[in-house]
Structures are given as structure tokens and as C-alpha cells.
Design a protein around this ligand. Sequence first.
Ligand SMILES: [Zn+2]
Length: 274
Amino acid sequence: MSKLMTLYKILPGCEEGNPEAWKAFLENYTPTALEIFKVYSPWPPEACLDHWRDALHGLSVNEFAALRGFSHLSEREFLVGLRAFLLDRAATSLSPAQDAKVPPAPTTESLTALLAGLPIVHQEITFLTLAGYSQKAIENILRISPTVAEEGLERLRPSYAAVVERSENRCLWPSAWIAIGKAARADEKKDCTPLRQMVRVLDGQASWYEKSPSELHRSQCLHCLERWTSMLEVVSWERTCQPWPAEKVAPLLAVVPLKEEKRKPSLFARMLGR
Ligand SMILES: [Zn+2]
């Protein structure tokens, strides 16, 4: 992704309605938003773009209140927040009737049972497979070998053979799966690992003493597994997404309330005290 302007400048600029900041926002984050909808919704590309337009409106209302709620310090934390915002929004347009019937959609309970006792990386593979990712995509997201991915799919095979064999990245049960993710996000407990610490673990900045209890906890906590895998997803999109083409930014820019940039008064005007 091109990073001519960084998040630290983009978000405050967007909140002021600055056109340049919004251009950078749309170039950088439109591909990620579309990727989210592509995996987690049944919508064709045009409809995904419509929902992104709608979400931009949602980010802008009430003086950009939603945008102000995201992390401004770390792009990964921001993207995890944006992802959750988009999925919560998508949920309101999805119906269980659109979900596949065979195999039946998992529930929080059946998912918890499926994950119980699995090594942590197998839990991540199971979770991301049910989310809609192909084995190939999971190898990239988790940076694991085909052999490890293959082993991680063992427990899914009996009930979810059709899911395991897919090559497309698309969730079979958008409505049910987004609801599971939403419930998991809401179920934060006292000993859950903050996202900031997860970023440190991922970047290799955390000591063994921080990392080990957090991994042990994650192996038994759906909230942390959801948060951790969503961070790995956004990191992999960061790696692979190309910036949204400049000529396609303009139609999206029209959705956002922009302020005219104030011209600085000239030196002459300032000398006259105007
Ligand atoms: Zn937790």
C-alpha cells in the first residue's frame, strides 16, 4: 500500500473534512473495506462498493464521531476497529435466509466445542476456515506451511468437508458468522489481552513472560481468538492490497462532508491586521 500520508495525519485531517486527507484515506483503506465485504458478505462487487459508500456516510455523521472512536496511534488497531465497524454495519443488511443450509451454520456453542483442546494454531486455522478462507489464503494469513494447514483442518473435516475443500474466500453463512464475531467481541473479560499487546506480540516486541500467558488465555477465549485472527487478517491485507486508483476516489469523495481549505491570509493582509 502506498503510504504518502500516514494514519497520524490522515485521521485528524479527515475529522476536519480535509479533502487531501480523505483522498489518502480512501486510497489506503477502500481496498481493505472491499476485501472485508468480499469475504464476509454475499454481495457482488458493485453492492460491496455501495455498502462502503454507506459506511463512509456512517463514519462521517455527527462530526465524524465513529471515525474519532478508532485508534489514531496504530494502523493495525485502526484497521481492526474499522473491520468491526463494517461487519456490525453489514449485519444489519444480512438475513439468515441468505446463509447456506448445508452444512448448517456454526453457533458460538458449537464453535467453542469444535475448538476445545486444539493447539492454538489449529484453532486459528479452524476459525479462519469457517470464516470463509481457503487453505491457501490461510497459509498466507498465518504464514504457515501447507502441511501445518492440512493438519489444522483435521477436526473440521467430518462436519465441514465442503468448507475445507473450497478455493474461494467467502463465508458460507455471513449472517450467522458475523453474529458469532460480534458476540465474541462483546464478551471481553478482565484477563483478556488488549489489542495493543497483541500487536506487540505479533511484532516480536513482547517478552516470553507477556506472550506465554496471553497465548494460553487465547487458547480458551473466543473473544481473544476473534481479535487475534482479525489482526492477522488486516496485517495480511496491508501486505497485499494495492491502493484504490485515484480516478475511482472522486465518486467516493462525494459522500464525505468536506470543508473548503482555508487560505492563509497573505503577509500584506496580516500586516494590515486583516
Ligand atoms: Zn480473552
